[in-house]
Design a protein around this ligand. Structure first.
Ligand code: C2O
Ligand code: CU
Length: 461
């Protein structure tokens, strides 16, 4: 891949120019989300604005904030030339509000509307994004943050949402590469952007006082990129993953890995102990650590002397009964450099070549793409252990709708997540309680993979 943008040195040098004052990033939440074409200054100011798909003309979309247990209502107005729908990622939502075109609702045609109305049972960091042709629509900008506040707020000076993303732009015109059918993207690691940024722009910066304690809500909104991050001039603790609080805050030592769609809530103290340099660094494919988010220091207060307390647990965190759980298994196959599996597609067995001819590169449990029958039908409150066997040459970011699950390693239950890393050649096991009735997608959140076979569903009766 020729990452022209990424290889341009002046992008790295020029990042000091844009200073965002805290609190100016997102406007107050409107009651309507109008999906429409807009212009956004994603690339540095020396480039023209990029034509994107937006909610309300903003990028990222307006921040939606609610208190735990509250009801959120938003009317989607589709002013785009294509049908669309909104998914509320990570929310244990009423199935009819899940936003999956073709499964939980019809896509909303251009010119029409759809009212979303749901309760948010769990506090934490979530996001919303298009779930109609999401590979293209998310890459074009249809996403925004959804924050559910704890009833008891943690002791921090401020809360910042950092939506990490990358965009594949033409390096001259800064317009989005409109080729979404590239076989290379779909059969390899997915659509990687050539310009990486935060909150919809390159070179994002925050202003902070030395000594401040901040809550950073990291959200990976990229199509396929796995972010590997490090802190500099900050000491931090991970307090929640995918919205769900950890029992005890875990000190950040080394890297934070964030898959597409994953979130990590960090509480950080601004120590500026590295010669004043304060930033979040990102590891790039060329082996370099580069600035992802820069901090401009202004003023100082006394550092807190104690580590942060854990966030209060969410109601969705019930333990799983591993003994009586139903055991299921799913093999992932296909893609470049893998074996070439036969796959069932639209009810018919096909050779790998036939699949590829119709744009399918991957299978989940032998099936490429959505089928009439779910991968599993589960009884309400059934406890489930699902083994995921990655028989491909690529990592995947497996996401279950409407539920959180725990990874099981040697009989131990890990933290609750809604999206998990599956490494090539590895087998992992996840477990969950099927307590939310309805039809729920299970798919890779590398959206090119999802569009090329790695999407299935379960039904909870
Ligand atoms: Cu972010 Cu199908 O999900
Ligand atoms: Cu994948």
């Amino acid at each position: 891949m020729t990452d022209f943008f990424i290889s341009r040195r002046h992008f790295l040098a020029g990042s000091g120019a844009m200073v965002m004052m805290p609190g100016t990033t997102f406007a107050a939440p409107p009651e309507v989300l109008v999906a429409k074409i807009a212009q956004a200054q994603i690339a540095p100011d020396s480039y023209p604005p990029t034509s994107i798909y937006s909610y309300n003309g903003q990028f990222p979309g307006p921040m939606i904030r609610a208190k735990q247990g509250e009801r959120i209502t938003r009317e989607l107005v589709n002013d785009l030339p294509v049908p669309t729908s909104i998914h509320w990622h990570g929310i244990r939502i009423d199935n009819t509000m899940d936003g999956v075109a073709g499964l939980t609702q019809e896509a909303v045609p251009p010119g029409e509307r759809f009212s979303y109305d749901f309760v948010v049972p769990d506090a934490g960091t979530y996001w919303y994004h298009a779930h109609t042709n999401s590979m293209e629509q998310v890459a074009r900008g249809l996403y925004g943050p959804l924050i559910v506040e704890e009833t008891e707020a943690p002791d921090v000076d401020r809360d910042e949402v950092l939506m990490l993303g990358d965009w594949r732009l033409d390096p001259e015109t800064a317009q989005i590469d409109p080729n979404f059918d590239h076989p290379m993207d779909r059969s390899h690691a997915g659509r990687y952007g050539n310009l990486i940024g935060t909150n919809g722009r390159y070179g994002y910066r925050l202003v902070a006082r030395q000594g401040e304690r901040l809550r950073l809500r990291l959200i990976n909104a990229a199509n396929a990129r796995i972010f590997r991050l490090r802190l500099k001039g900050l000491i931090g603790w991970t307090v929640a993953l995918d919205g769900m609080p950890l029992e005890t805050p875990v000190p950040v030592e080394g890297e934070i890995v964030l898959l597409p769609a994953q979130r990590a809530d960090l509480i950080v103290d601004v120590t500026a102990d590295d010669g004043g340099e304060t930033m979040i660094l990102r590891f790039d494919d060329d082996g370099q650590w580069r600035e992802q988010v820069g901090f401009d220091l202004s003023g100082s207060i006394a550092l807190r002397s104690t580590p942060p307390a854990p966030l209060s647990p969410n109601p969705g965190m019930s333990p799983i009964d591993l003994e009586r759980a139903t055991r299921l298994e799913m093999r992932m196959e296909g893609g470049a450099m893998g074996n070439m599996p036969m796959g069932r597609m639209n009810g018919q067995m096909m050779t790998f070549r036939e699949m590829v001819a119709s744009g399918m590169y991957w299978t989940l449990a032998g099936v490429a793409g959505m089928a009439d029958n779910p991968f599993a039908r589960l009884a309400r409150r059934e406890h489930v252990r699902l083994k995921l066997i990655n028989d491909t040459a690529f990592p995947h970011a497996m996401h279950l709708h409407g539920h959180h699950f725990r990874e099981i390693t040697e009989g131990q239950q890990g933290p609750m997540r809604d999206t998990i890393l599956s490494l090539p050649g590895d087998t992992i096991e996840i477990a969950f309680v099927a307590d939310n009735p309805g039809k729920w997608l299970f798919h890779c959140h590398m959206l090119g993979h999802a569009a090329s076979g790695m999407t299935t569903w379960i039904e909870v009766l």
